[in-house]
Every structure is written in C-alpha cells, then in structure tokens.
Design a protein around this ligand. Structure first.
Ligand SMILES: NC(=O)C1=CN([C@@H]2O[C@H](COP(=O)(O)OP(=O)(O)OC[C@H]3O[C@@H](n4cnc5c(N)ncnc54)[C@H](OP(=O)(O)O)[C@@H]3O)[C@@H](O)[C@H]2O)C=CC1
Ligand SMILES: N[C@@H](CC=O)C(=O)O
Length: 325
C-alpha cells in the first residue's frame, strides 16, 4: 500500500479536528505506518460553506461521490442514526474499514455494523463514541480477555458534567453553563440528547454491547436527565458535602444487564465525586483485577479527534502486521 486513502464524513467540531491532526501529524503517521495518510474526500451537509482545504480534496454533499472515490477507510463524524448508518454500511460493502464517533447511530446500529464488517473482513473502530478522548473501549477489550466485568459506574456525558460543575463551583445558571458548553464544542448540535440523558444512555448501550456481544435495546433501561436538578439544591447540598453527578450504572448479572442513567447525590468517598468540568470517568470492576478507573476529557474537538486517528493507526498497524507498543 503506497498510501492510506481516507474519506471523512462530517467536517464540524470532530471532523475538522481529525483533518487537522492528520495534516499536522503526517510525518509521524508516515513513519509509523510506512505510507502517507491522504484525505481524499470530505462529506458535508452544506457544500456552499468555504472549508479552506486544498483543492485536490473533494468536498461535497454527495455521499455517492465520496464513496466512489478509491478509499481505504471511512471516518464518520456526522449526526444521527441516518443517513450515517446507510453510508457506513455501503462503505463496508465496498470493503472499507470504518471509524465512527457517532454514538447515537452506533447505539442503534453498532451490532449490525460489527456483524457486517466481520463478514466483509474489515474493521469497525468506535473509541470516540464513548467518553471522548478516554480510551475506555480499548481498555475494556483488553480487560475482558481475562476478566468478567461485573459493574461499571461512569460519568459519560461531558456537557452535563460541565453544567453541573459550573453550577456547583461557580454558581452559574443552567442556561449560562449550557451556552458555554455549546461554545466550547461539547454539546450536541441539539443538546436535548445531552440534557435528557439519551447521550449517556447511548454510550452505556455501546459499552453493554461490547461486553455482552449481544444487541441491547434502549427501552430496557432506566434513563433520567439533569433537567430535574435544581440550582438551589446543588448549592445547599454542596455545603453539606454532597454533589450531584449524572451517573450511568451497568450491572452485569447471570445472563442479564441492568442499566441506569440518572442524576445521583454522592459524597467525597465516591470515586466519581471529584470528576469536574468536561471530564468523564469510568469505574470498572472486573472479577480478577478489582476496581479500575479511567478519567479524562469526555468531549471536545482534539480529544475526540485524536482517538479517531489512533483508531486509524490501530487498523493499519494490524493490517500491516506492525507491532503495537
Ligand atoms: N463534539 C464532541 O465533543 C463529540 C462529538 N461526538 C459525535 O461526533 C459526531 C459529530 O459531532 P460534532 O462534530 O460535534 O458535530 P457538528 O455539528 O459540529 O458537525 C457535524 C458535521 O456533519 C455534517 N453533517 C451533518 N449531517 C449531515 C448529513 N446528513 N450529510 C452530510 N453531512 C452531514 C455537518 O455538515 P455542515 O458542516 O455542512 O453543517 C458537519 O460538518 C456526532 O455524532 C457527535 O455525537 C462524539 C464525541 C465527542
Ligand atoms: N455531547 C457529548 C459529546 C461527546 O460525546 C458530551 O457532552 O459528552
């Protein structure tokens, strides 16, 4: 392979981040992979917007034009289940590897994409779908080679943790904190999914599917967002040593999973008490290893984009049988 050809679906916060990292790290990527990584096409919704990319890169709103380019891997960072699922399914059919950040799509259709990719013998990587820049997917994949994961407790949404932290620490209003999360690129284009707990639920489903290997349906879980949290309570409880956090809890029993996503009042002994701002954290309990905790930026342009580029390196290192270290 003389180069790795990439099609980028989406050029918003995350897509542009992927583009910039690939451009800035071209020399290192070439050293690691033994060939250059070329972005050949970018799919956008509105092709009248100037994107400031070189003219040899096709920028179009036609998915057909993107997917008929000679592409080795499709990196997807658009919004919602469709048309993203259809595009990725078409890409797999053409023999492309896929990498996605789109948790809503992956929670609904990840199981199908993984099966299709297995049949077509291509890779599906989705580290960015859960907890932004925190490498939870790859950690869990490694962990379950020996351990059985019995419980996960996690903060899985950067926007809501940021809002609750701003209210707790700066006594900001809900509206101010949300606006700031949107300006920082943490919130979804429509923040309803963040605020009502759907975003955290999608991520919990992706983790559950990874750990069980089976399809998990969103109607078999409990979900509550942070809309019911009242600023006066947050400030009052903080004085008494208690903080509210939006927590996903996954319990894995004999052949069944219990998933809850809800605001919880916790005290300083709790491992998620000190997780602040846009950070996410995942506390995993394995039967042999005991309790592990991962923490880091759960949203934002470069943390999210960087794990997508890591996914790319992983796929092509594997393909070229390079040793990971
Ligand atoms: N922001 C973050 O911190 C994180 C986001 N994610 C996920 O990554 C994905 C992208 O998020 P983000 O970059 O923030 O979103 P943005 O809204 O910033 O960007 C979305 C991009 O997708 C394009 N797009 C949307 N719909 C279509 C469509 N139907 N056809 C073609 N292009 C389309 C838009 O085009 P145009 O530019 O023309 O409008 C835009 O370039 C989402 O699924 C999100 O959940 C995951 C982890 C973290
Ligand atoms: N809107 C999401 C973005 C990352 O997944 C969040 O706030 O966590």
């Amino acid at each position: 392979m003389s180069s790795i050809n990439v099609a980028l679906l989406g050029f918003g916060t995350v897509g542009r981040g992927v583009y910039e990292i690939i451009e800035q790290e071209q020399k290192r990527l070439t050293e690691i992979l033994g060939c250059s990584v070329n972005i050949v096409a970018i799919l956008v919704d509105d092709e009248t917007i100037e994107r400031n990319v070189p003219s040899h890169i096709l920028v179009t709103s036609s998915a057909h034009d993107v997917l008929t380019q000679p592409v080795d891997v499709v990196i997807e960072a658009i919004v919602g289940v469709e048309p993203a699922y259809t595009y990725l399914s078409q890409a797999i059919e053409k023999g492309c590897h896929i990498i996605t950040a789109n948790k809503e799509m992956f929670a609904h259709k990840g199981h199908e994409l993984k099966q299709q990719a297995k049949e077509r013998q291509v890779s599906v990587e989705y580290e960015a779908t859960v907890a932004g820049g925190v490498p939870v997917i790859n950690t869990l994949r490694q962990l379950v080679t020996v351990n059985r994961v019995v419980q996960i407790e996690a903060i899985l949404n950067g926007t809501t943790n940021y809002i609750l932290s701003e209210i707790t620490n700066k006594q900001a209003s809900f509206a101010e904190a949300l606006q700031s999360a949107q300006q920082l690129g943490y919130a979804e284009a429509d923040p309803t999914n963040d605020l009502k707990g759907y975003d955290a639920l999608y991520k919990a489903i992706i983790l559950a599917e990874l750990l069980t290997g089976t399809k998990v349906y969103g109607n078999h879980v409990f979900r509550e967002g942070i809309k019911s949290v009242i600023k006066a309570d947050v400030i009052h409880q903080q004085l008494k040593g208690s903080r509210v956090k939006h927590i996903a809890t996954l319990n894995f029993g004999q052949g069944q999973i219990d998933i809850r996503v809800e605001p919880k009042w916790i005290t300083s002994e709790h491992p998620l008490y000190h997780v602040e701002g846009v950070d996410n954290a995942i506390v995993m309990t394995g039967d042999y290893v005991g309790r592990l905790k991962l923490e880091g930026p759960g949203a934002g342009q470069y943390p999210t984009a960087s794990v997508m580029v890591e996914d790319l390196v992983k796929i092509f290192s594997r393909e070229r049988k390079l040793v990971n270290n």
